[in-house]
Design a protein around this ligand. Structure first.
Ligand code: ATP
Ligand code: MG
Length: 373
């Protein structure tokens, strides 16, 4: 399956130590240029991950927004620390760029535990997972990104490991094969997924705590931006922060990326200050529209309104029309469009709301309101 966020080799293998190669915490790659079409996409490529690492909050108290998840998680962690045991397994779900990986790292930091990083697609065979599990030490945190993409046999191995702290190591082949149970120390799995719905119920049930991350409010994004600007050694004017926040699709990753583009503009074409003028000019250069919609979002809206007269249209047809994988349309573009009230999901397919027509500068047809209801 094509990876909607083009990150396949950021997790080429299982990392043995600490944060591992996917997360280089020291590189400063802020000067990197990103093609306009990618400026507002919520995914991140490998180069961008390096730029992001420096902006990642390290502790729970630095983590902006997501108050409910933060409170709940803080309780889970404090209780575990108080008891001196590893906490329950934690599942983090939500659209790309909202802070799942960041939270996984924070969990390990708060527990004072080391973090092992792997991902669903990196684990090809159940044996790969067995190898990781059997090398875990007491109290370690195992982060499994894109956990919904773990192969079935690996999932089954994981159920047992999460519940009974045991793996069955299979020795031999065919009729002579036997399973030798190996007991594991207590550890904590932190799973991240953009598609919680794809996790089989038995796996979902093994997580004692599930945190669902939601899009950030403009206020919260302003705080993210001000904090990031500080870390970059720049001063971001209040009005500029507000402008960027309102065009970041509720996503800290996009907010930070726009901030870097504004910094570029200010450096190359402005006088170096990150003010409203620089913010607006940079947003224009990168064709970020008033709602922060990107090329894919606008393609989806245009296809819905113009090509399919407002819908309803099935996800697969819509994806083919915009030249993307259904998974990309569903996980990357759709959640924000639905949240902004531009697209509705009905049993018969996706529909454009009157707001979608207006956003494209078109007049909604008289029956579009009834179509949506
Ligand atoms: N609550 C927050 N406060 C401040 N910065 C944040 C917050 N959440 C995320 N960020 C910033 O956004 C960037 C992206 O976050 P992160 O990598 O954790 O997203 P993710 O949910 O794991 O995305 P993906 O699904 O693509 O893996 C991070 O570099 C971090 O700097
Ligand atoms: Mg992540």
């Amino acid at each position: 399956m094509a990876d909607p966020r083009g990150r396949s080799d950021a997790y080429a293998g299982v990392d043995d130590a600490g944060y591992g190669s996917g997360y280089d915490e020291t590189d400063d790659a802020f000067g990197l240029e990103i093609a306009p079409a990618q400026v507002t996409g919520s995914g991140a490529d490998e180069l961008e991950r390096a730029a992001e690492a420096a902006l990642r909050p390290r502790r729970l108290e630095e983590f902006v927004g997501q108050r409910v998840v933060r409170d709940q998680l803080s309780l889970v962690l404090q209780a575990a620390l108080g008891r001196g045991t590893a906490p329950d397994h934690v599942l983090l779900s939500g659209p790309p760029g909202l802070g799942k990986t960041t939270l996984a790292m924070i969990i390990a930091a708060e527990l004072g535990a080391s973090l092992r990083v792997t991902s669903g697609p990196a684990i090809q065979h159940a044996g790969d997972l067995a190898a990781v599990l059997s090398s875990l030490e007491e109290g370690e945190v195992l982060f499994i990104d894109e956990i919904h993409r773990l192969a079935r046999p690996a999932q089954e191995l994981l159920y047992v490991a999460m519940e009974d702290f045991r793996v069955d190591v299979v020795v031999g082949k065919g009729a002579g094969a036997s399973a030798i149970p190996l007991s594991l120390p207590r550890f904590t799995v932190v799973g991240a997924t953009t598609r919680a719905g794809l996790l089989p119920a038995p796996l979902r049930d093994r997580f004692g705590f599930t945190g669902h991350l939601d899009f950030y409010s403009a206020d919260e994004l302003e705080r993210v931006l001000t904090r990031s600007a500080g870390l970059l050694g720049a001063e971001l004017a209040g009005e500029a922060a507000a402008e960027l926040a309102s065009r970041s699709r509720g996503t800290p990753r996009i907010a930070n990326r726009l901030l870097r583009r504004v910094r570029d503009w200010a450096q190359v074409r402005g006088d170096g200050s990150l003010d409203l003028r620089a913010a607006r000019a940079a947003l224009d250069v990168y064709e970020v529209d008033i709602l922060g919609l990107d090329r894919l979002d606008r393609a989806v809206l245009t296809a819905l309104c113009v090509r399919f007269a407002g819908g309803p249209v099935g996800l697969t047809t819509l994806a083919v029309t915009v030249g993307e994988e259904p998974e990309t349309v569903e996980t990357v573009a759709e959640p924000f469009l639905v949240r902004e009230g531009l697209v509705g999901r009905t049993p018969r397919g996706r529909v454009a709301t009157p707001a979608a027509w207006r956003h494209l500068g078109l007049t909604p047809p008289a029956d579009s309101a009834t179509l949506f209801s």
